[in-house]
Design a protein. Structure first.
Ligand code: 5AD
Ligand code: SF4
Length: 440
């Protein structure tokens, strides 16, 4: 049997796309190889949001080229966002690549790799721009599933390459989404994460109907029997309208966790980023969320060193991070991406300044998240058990509704919902012990 291996970079959307890539390849009769060295078909599902994943990909492709010199039958396929961004250059740069395709082309991957022949002539980029709604799927997790609600993004954030590579926003039909959630529930899935580049603008491009607004979609998913937890990522602060907040507050299954990308706390920089909200509006929204959804955990994304960012701008970011009190934050050093508006801006910030700001930001984030997590010590949290702890196999690992990882003593099985008494905390994880009675 021919075997494939998929290496995935980037965000949850890409991880989910890889589940479809694997499903497509399995529908062609290929089996999964657990390491690259055992595979006849190597797929790289790439990311290009920052420079780092590009560099990592180059190293992997160097190894693939060496293998291909030994074994010319090896198929090398490069998909995802980097492939799309580099579609005109990828075969020049990596002439040994057989198939290249963008994120919108996964439905056709099967045709292209069919049994070693190529439906796309070697060296030609495979394109097909449709919504890949239902495809064979190789699910990575038994009790949690991703459900794509939209593809693409209509925002024009000056730093971001995603709109260029993933195209205009297209919402998936609500009945298809709910059917997929129902199918996952029948399969034993307890937790679904709705995925979109900008989930809370979902539905605006749909024809008028019963469910065309993200809050209504949350309610429709909440009504599905067997789904205990609903998450969604990523929302955009500008699209957090009242019905969405009400739906999070009122739906039992929708978790008390909102990822609310901040990017910068300086209104001046937010404007340069074309983020369409100000520091004040962001703070007001965080307040509204905390008031409407008691106990909500807020996560965020922050970029340091955007072109023109002064020490005062950066301090404004630290102040907002401090004031909101995020339970988690992804922190990024600004990375210029060719083709974006910000890459061409004057006043690019020196690397040492970016790094120094990053250190201060991480310190502020850790201080805040550590304090908030320590505030949970003594409480009892509902935890979805995922498996053994990554650091200590004698412990179990799971996540709270607020999306914090907990390592705990207990005897429950993956997929169970249990109560865990919290005994300790760091800035990223909790520790505890399971209460004897399982909830479900
Ligand atoms: N440089 C650094 N961070 C970026 N992000 C997006 N583009 C860039 C860039 N060019 C970050 C944003 C976004 C997250 C997914 O990645 O914070 O929310
Ligand atoms: Fe995800 Fe963006 Fe990376 Fe594409 S470029 S994989 S959308 S993070």
């Amino acid at each position: 049997m021919r075997r494939y291996h998929v290496t995935t970079f980037g965000c949850q959307m890409n991880t989910h796309d890889s589940e479809r890539i694997k499903g497509m390849l399995e529908s062609l009769g290929l089996g999964e190889a657990h390491v690259q060295a055992d595979a006849d078909v190597l797929v790289f599902n790439t990311c290009t949001i920052r420079e780092k994943p590009d560099t990592r990909l180059a190293a992997y492709l160097g190894d693939a080229a060496a293998r291909k010199r030994q074994d010319p039958e090896l198929v090398v396929a490069v998909g995802g966002c980097y492939a799309e961004a580099q579609r005109d250059r990828i075969f020049e740069r990596y002439p040994f690549v057989d198939v290249a395709f963008g994120p919108g082309s996964i439905p056709h991957l099967g045709d292209w790799i069919r049994a070693g022949g190529y439906a796309v002539p070697r060296g030609k980029f495979g394109t097909h721009e449709t919504f890949a709604a239902t495809l064979p799927m190789h699910r990575e997790r038994r009790f949690s599933g991703w459900v794509q609600v939209s593809m693409g993004c209509n925002s024009k954030c000056a730093y971001c390459i995603v709109p260029a590579v993933r195209g205009r926003e297209q919402s998936r039909a609500p009945d298809e989404i709910v059917e997929e959630v129902e199918a996952l529930a029948r399969d034993g899935v307890k937790e679904v994460t709705l995925l979109g580049q900008n989930v809370n603008s979902w539905g605006r491009d749909l024809a008028p109907g019963l469910v065309t607004e993200f809050g209504e979609l949350l309610r429709a998913c909440d009504a599905v029997d067997g789904i205990e937890r609903i998450r969604f990522t990523s929302p955009h602060p500008k699209d957090f309208r009242a019905p969405v907040i009400a739906a999070i507050a009122e739906c039992d299954a929708v978790c008390e966790h909102v990822h609310l990308p901040l990017q910068s706390g300086s209104t001046r920089i937010l404007k340069a980023m074309r983020c369409t909200y100000s520091q004040e509006r962001y703070l007001a929204l965080a307040d509204r969320l905390r008031t409407a959804i008691p106990d909500v955990a807020l996560g965020t994304d922050v970029i340091v060193g955007f072109p023109g960012e002064t020490e005062d701008d950066f301090r404004a970011t630290l102040e907002v991070v401090d004031a909101v009190g995020f339970e988690s934050a992804f922190t990024f050093v600004y990375s210029p991406r060719a083709g974006t508006e910000a890459a061409a801006m004057p006043d690019q910030i020196a690397e040492d300044v970016k790094r120094e700001r990053m250190e201060r930001l991480v310190e502020t984030v850790q201080k805040g998240a550590g304090a908030r997590n320590r505030g949970r010590v003594g409480s009892t949290e509902e935890v979805l058990v995922e498996g053994p702890s990554r650091t200590d196999p004698a412990l179990l690992r799971g996540r709270t509704r607020r999306n914090t990882t907990v390592n705990f003593r207990g005897s429950s099985a993956p997929g169970q919902l249990v109560h865990v008494v919290i005994e300790g905390a760091t800035s990223t994880t909790l520790r505890g012990r399971e209460q004897v009675m399982a909830l479900v």
